[in-house]
Design a protein around this ligand. Structure first.
Ligand code: FES
Ligand code: FES
Length: 920
C-alpha cells in the first residue's frame, strides 16, 4: 500500500464487497486511490485517471462508475463492489470462468474493469445480446483482445457452464487450454507494475520538457527543498552514477537518463523529484526552478533531411541514424520487360502503443546490488541497461518482471527503470514510480512514421518482374530500435512474393519527435502498405482479380526470397489465399448487391497479404528454458520469457508438458526473474513461441530423458506423479522413483532439464543477401468496409484472416492474437495519429473501442515449421500487418480513391473523394 497522508482527511464509512470499512481520507481523493492505496484493493486498475479508459470501473450501488472520477466523499454510506468481491457470488464466478474459458483476458489490465461493467449488465439483463454487451462495456478500453472474445464471454456467462479445465497429459499442444495465469487475471490478484511496491517506498516523479527542442538550466534548489518538506532529493544528470545514456544497441547509448542542458523531444526527462508519497502528490512539477530556452525544432523527415538542417547528434551530421538496403537481380531489366507498371507513395504517422498499463515499478538497493521490480518485456536487456547506468556489473542487478499490462514493443525500451534504479541506489530506500497517462504517451516510444515510395512491374500473365522500395522512417530524438527497423524493412519490402529483380532502401532519420521504437512489426506494417497497393494496381492493370494475382506470385516452399534465402518448408501463403477464396467471392457478391441498392454508403472489399521473419534479423537470439522436478513432486518451468498478454506462460507450459509427458496442471511457473531464470531473450519479433517454445520443448525432453535414464525405461514410457513418488511405466513394467531420496539443488529440484535454441540465420551481405530469419509467418486478410462518400467515414464490416502459424499450440491464444492485431491494424488504418502536445491522452488519441471492431473470422493454417516446437512459428506481429492494407484496398474498392496518408480519417477520405471528382 502507498502511504497516503490522512491530513485534511475525514472519516468515511461505506461498504466494500459487503464489508463495512472506515477510512480517513480527503473527501476529494479519487475512489480508485482510496481502494488501492488505503484499502490495498489493487484489483481496481488505473490506466488514465481521467475517465477515459474504464480500467478502474467498479460498482457503486450496483451501477458501474469510473473509480478515478468518483470523489471519496461521494461514497460515504454507499456500497462499492470491486473485482475482489466478484468470486463471492455465482454470477461473478460464471463471468470469471467464461473469461478464462474463452480467452477474454490477455494481459489482464482491463479485465477487472470489463468484469465489473459486465457484472452490472447481467445483473439487470441476464441474457444480453451482442449490441447490449458492446454498449454496456463500451466505456472500457482494451488494447489486446480486439474485444470479440470479451463480448462472447459476457454472453456465455448468462448460462451455467463448468469452469475450464486444463488438458490431460500428452494432449496439451493444440488444446484450447485456459491461461495458466487466467485465475489471477480475473480475480484482481494479478500484480502489475504499480501494484507491488513495499509500504513506505519513496515516490519518484519525473520533470519533463514541454518543448520539442530547448536548452535548459536548473536553478539553485535550496528554496525548493525549503518550500517542499517531504521532498528527499532532486536528481539531475549529474547524479547518474554510471553512464548517462541508454539504448538498445551496445554501441548506441544516445538517450540520456536525464537530459544534460538540451532536450530533443517534448516529454524528455530533465530531472526526477523523489519524496514521500504525500509530498509528491501535492507537488506541482513546475515548482522546480528551470529556465527554458526553446529552440526551433526539426519536426518530420523532410525538415531533418533539408540541406543545412541543424545536426541533432554530432556523430550523424546528415541526421541519418542508419541505412538499410537490398539488391537482387537487374531492376532496370525487369521494368524494361514489363507489360504493366505501378507506383505509389504512402506516408504514415507516429502511432502510440497505448497499453492500458502505464509504465511502473519500484527499485530497492540490497547491499551492493539493486533490485528492480517492473513491468517490462525484456528483463535481461533491462539488467544490462541498469548496470550501465549505475556503473556496476550486470550480476549486481536483479530484474523481477511484474505482470505486464500490455507492451506491443513499447516496454522493450527502458522507462521508469533507470530513474528508480538511480534513486534507490543513491538513497538506499525503495523508490517507486508510475507514469501518468500523458507522461506515458509523451515519453514513450512510438511506431515510426514512414515516408515511402514503391514501384513494381509484371508480365501480361501477372507474374511479378521487378519491385523497388525506398522508405524513410522518422526515428525521433534517439535511436531506440531505429536500426532494427532499417534492417528489417528491406528484407520485407517486396512482400511475400516471388520477385526476381528487387531493390530496397531504408533510412532511419533523427528528428525532434518522440523516439520511435518497436511497435508490433518493426516497420513491416508500414512497408506492407506499399507492396499491397502495388499488387492491387498491377492486378487491375493486367485485368486480374486481386486474390488471383497474389496467388500467382505467392512465395512457396522451395522459392528464393528477395534476400536470396531458399524457403525450405512452411510457407503457407497459398493455403491462406485458398482459405480466403470463398469468403472473397461471397464478399464481392454481397458488396455488389449492397451497392446496387443505391444506399448512401458504398461497400468495398480489400485484400492484404504479409510475411514476417520470426526473431532477430541475422542476429543470434537464443533462449534458454529449464524445467525442474522437486523432491515434493512439483514441476517448475523456469522461463525468462515475459508474457505480455500474448499467452507465452501458457504456451510454453503446454509445450514443456507434452515434451515431458506430464499434464500441464502439474506445472508451476517461475517467470522472468533474472536471478532465478536463464535469459530467454526479449518478448519481441514474434519470437517467444518459436524460439523459447523450442527451448521449452528441449528442456522438457531433457528432463524426460533424465527420468527415463534413472528408471531405465524406454522412450514410450508413461509418467505418473503422486507427491514425491514418480512412477515410470513402459512395456517392461512400472518402476517408482522416490524423489525425496534424491539430492536437491538450491531451488529444491532433484532433476532438471535445460533446453537452448538459437534460430539458425546467416549475415546479410552488402546487397542484403543472406538468411535473415530461420522461418517466416504468412497471412492473407480480407476486409469488408462501408464508406460514406459524403462524410468520408469508414466502417469495417468484417475481417477474415487466414494465418499460417505452423502449428497452433493453443488455438484460443492464436485467435486472440489475430483479433487483437486486427484491432490495432484498424487503428493504424483509420484513426491513430500521435501528435506531441495534442494527442497525449486517451480521449484525444483514439484507439479502437468495442464498436470499431467488426466481426472477425480467424482461419488457422498449419503448415508445420520443422525447426519450431511441434511445428509452431509465431503470430504476435503477423496478426496486424495485413489489416491496414486490406482496409485501404477496401476503401479503394468502395469509392475508387487511394488513401496515401494514414490514418484514413474522414477528412482525408472525403478530401480524396472530392479531389477525384475534380479530376474527372
Ligand atoms: S483510470 Fe479511471 S477511467 Fe482510466
Ligand atoms: S487484455 Fe485488455 S488491455 Fe490487455
Amino acid at each position: 500500500m502507498n502511504d497516503r497522508p490522512a491530513a485534511a482527511g475525514v472519516s468515511l464509512a461505506f461498504t466494500v464487497n459487503g464489508r463495512g470499512v472506515s477510512v480517513a481520507a480527503p473527501p476529494i481523493e479519487r475512489l480508485s486511490t482510496v481502494l488501492r492505496d488505503r484499502l490495498g484493493l489493487t484489483g481496481t486498475k488505473v490506466g488514465c485517471d481521467a475517465g477515459d479508459c474504464g480500467a478502474c470501473t467498479v460498482l457503486l450501488d450496483d451501477a458501474p462508475v469510473c473509480a478515478c472520477m468518483v470523489a471519496a466523499g461521494q461514497v460515504a454510506g454507499r456500497r462499492v463492489r470491486t473485482v475482489e468481491g466478484l468470486a463471492e457470488e455465482a454470477l461473478g464466478r460464471r463471468l470469471q470462468a467464461a473469461f478464462q474459458r474463452l480467452g477474454a483476458a490477455q494481459c489482464g489490465i482491463c479485465t477487472p474493469g470489463m468484469l465489473m461493467a459486465a457484472r452490472a449488465l447481467i445483473g439487470r439483463e441476464p441474457a444480453p445480446d451482442e449490441a447490449a454487451v458492446m454498449d454496456a462495456l463500451g466505456g472500457v478500453l482494451c488494447r489486446c483482445t480486439g474485444y470479440r472474445k470479451i463480448v462472447a464471454a459476457v454472453r456465455e456467462a448468462a448460462a451455467e457452464t463448468p469452469p475450464p479445465s486444463p488438458p490431460p497429459a500428452g494432449a496439451a499442444v493444440g488444446a484450447r487450454a485456459p491461461k495458466v495465469d487466467g485465475v489471477a487475471k480475473t480475480t484482481g490478484a494479478e500484480a502489475f507494475g504499480d501494484d507491488v511496491a513495499p509500504a513506505g517506498a519513496l515516490v519518484l516523479a519525473a520533470v519533463r520538457s514541454p518543448h520539442p527542442r530547448a536548452r535548459f538550466t536548473i536553478g539553485p534548489l535550496e528554496d525548493f527543498y525549503a518550500r517542499h518538506p517531504g521532498i528527499v532529493r532532486v536528481l539531475t544528470a549529474a547524479d547518474v552514477p554510471g553512464a548517462n545514456g541508454f539504448g538498445i544497441y551496445p554501441h548506441i547509448k544516445d538517450q540520456p537518463v536525464l537530459a544534460e542542458g538540451l532536450v530533443r523531444y517534448r516529454g524528455e526527462a530533465v530531472a526526477a523529484i523523489v519524496g514521500e508519497a504525500g509530498a509528491i502528490a501535492a507537488l506541482a512539477p513546475e515548482a522546480l526552478p528551470i529556465e527554458w530556452e526553446p529552440l526551433p525544432p526539426l519536426i518530420g523527415i523532410e525538415a531533418a533531411l533539408a540541406p543545412g538542417a541543424p545536426v541533432l547528434h554530432a556523430e550523424h551530421p546528415d541526421n541519418v541514424l542508419t541505412r538499410g538496403g537490398l539488391r537482387r537481380g537487374d531492376l532496370d531489366a525487369g521494368f524494361a520487360a514489363a507489360a504493366a507498371r505501378a507506383q505509389v507513395a504512402i506516408e504514415t504517422a507516429f502511432v502510440e502503443h497505448a497499453y492500458i498499463e502505464p509504465e511502473a515499478g519500484y527499485a530497492r538497493r540490497v547491499g551492493e546490488r539493486i533490485e528492480v521490480v517492473v513491468s517490462t518485456q525484456t528483463p535481461y536487456m533491462d539488467r544490462a541497461e541498469v548496470a550501465h547506468v549505475l556503473g556496476i556489473a550486470p550480476e549486481r542487478v536483479r530484474i523481477v518482471p511484474t505482470a505486464c499490462g500490455g507492451g506491443f514493443g513499447g516496454k522493450l525500451d527502458m522507462a521508469v527503470q533507470p530513474l528508480i534504479a538511480v534513486a534507490a541506489w543513491l538513497l538506499d530506500r525503495p523508490v517507486r514510480a508510475v507514469f501518468t497517462r500523458p507522461e506515458s504517451m509523451a515519453a514513450s516510444t512510438k511506431r515510426h512514421p514512414a515516408r515511402m515510395r514503391g514501384r513494381a512491374a509484371c508480365d501480361p500473365e501477372g507474374r511479378l518482374l521487378a519491385l523497388s522500395f525506398e522508405g524513410d522512417f522518422d526515428t525521433g530524438a534517439y535511436a531506440s530500435w531505429g536500426p532494427t527497423v532499417a534492417d528489417r524493412v528491406p528484407v520485407h519490402a517486396s512482400g511475400p512474393y516471388r520477385v526476381p529483380d528487387v531493390t530496397a532502401a531504408s533510412r532511419a532519420v533523427y528528428t525532434d519527435g518522440p523516439p520511435a521504437g518497436a511497435f508490433r512489426g518493426f516497420g513491416v506494417p508500414q512497408t506492407a502498405l506499399v507492396h499491397e497497393a502495388l499488387m492491387d494496381d498491377l492486378a487491375r492493370a493486367v485485368g486480374m482479380d486481386a486474390l488471383a494475382f497474389r496467388r500467382v506470385n505467392a512465395l512457396r516452399a522451395g522459392d528464393a526470397t528477395a534476400s536470396g534465402q531458399r524457403l525450405e518448408a512452411s510457407a503457407g501463403l497459398i493455403a491462406c489465399l485458398d482459405a480466403l477464396t470463398p469468403h472473397w467471392e461471397t464478399a464481392h457478391r454481397e458488396a455488389a448487391a449492397h451497392n446496387a441498392g443505391g444506399g448512401r454508403r458504398r461497400r468495398g472489399v480489400g485484400l492484404g497479404c504479409m510475411w514476417y521473419g520470426i526473431g532477430n534479423t541475422s542476429m543470434s537470439n537464443p533462449s534458454v528454458i529449464r524445467v525442474g522436478l522437486s523432491a515434493e513432486g512439483r514441476v517448475t518451468l523456469y522461463s525468462g520469457a515475459v508474457d505480455i498478454g500474448q499467452g507465452s506462460n501458457t504456451i510454453l507450459t503446454q509445450i514443456a508438458a507434452d515434451a515431458l509427458g506430464l499434464a500441464m496442471d502439474r506445472f508451476t511457473l517461475v517467470a522472468g526473474d533474472t536471478d532465478r531464470t536463464a535469459d530467454a531473450g526479449k518478448t519481441s519479433a514474434s519470437r517467444q513461441t518459436f524460439v523459447s517454445g523450442k527451448a521449452a520443448e528441449r528442456a522438457g525432453r531433457a528432463l524426460r530423458a533424465a527420468i527415463l535414464r534413472l528408471a531405465n525405461a524406454g522412450d514410450d514410457a508413461r509418467l505418473d506423479l503422486a507427491g514425491a513418488r514418480l512412477v515410470v511405466a513402459d512395456g517392461a513394467g512400472a518402476r517408482a522413483i522416490a524423489l525425496d531420496a534424491l539430492a536437491a539443488d538450491a531451488n529444491g529440484d532433484v532433476l532438471l532439464g535445460e533446453g537452448t535454441f538459437d534460430p539458425p540465420t546467416a549475415p546479410l551481405d552488402g546487397d542484403g543477401q543472406g538468411v535473415p530469419y530461420a522461418t517466416y509467418a504468412f497471412a492473407a486478410q480480407m476486409a469488408v468496409v462501408e464508406v460514406d462518400p459524403g462524410l468520408g467515414t469508414v466502417r469495417p464490416v468484417r475481417i477474415v484472416a487466414a494465418h499460417d502459424v505452423g502449428r497452433a499450440i493453443n488455438p484460443i491464444q492464436v485467435e486472440g492474437q489475430i483479433e487483437g492485431g486486427i484491432a490495432q491494424g484498424i487503428g493504424l488504418a483509420l484513426m491513430e495519429e500521435y501528435v506531441p502536445g495534442r494527442t497525449e491522452n486517451l480521449h484525444d488519441y483514439l484507439i479502437p473501442t468495442f464498436g470499431d471492431v467488426p466481426e472477425i473470422v480467424s482461419i488457422l493454417i498449419e503448415d508445420p515449421e520443422p525447426l519450431g516446437p511441434f511445428g509452431a512459428k509465431g503470430i504476435g506481429e503477423p496478426a496486424l500487418i495485413a489489416t491496414a492494407p486490406a482496409i485501404l484496398g477496401a476503401i479503394r474498392d468502395a469509392v475508387g480513391v487511394r488513401i496515401t496518408r494514414l490514418p484514413a480519417t474522414p477528412d482525408r477520405v472525403r478530401a480524396a473523394i472530392v479531389a477525384r471528382r475534380a479530376e474527372r
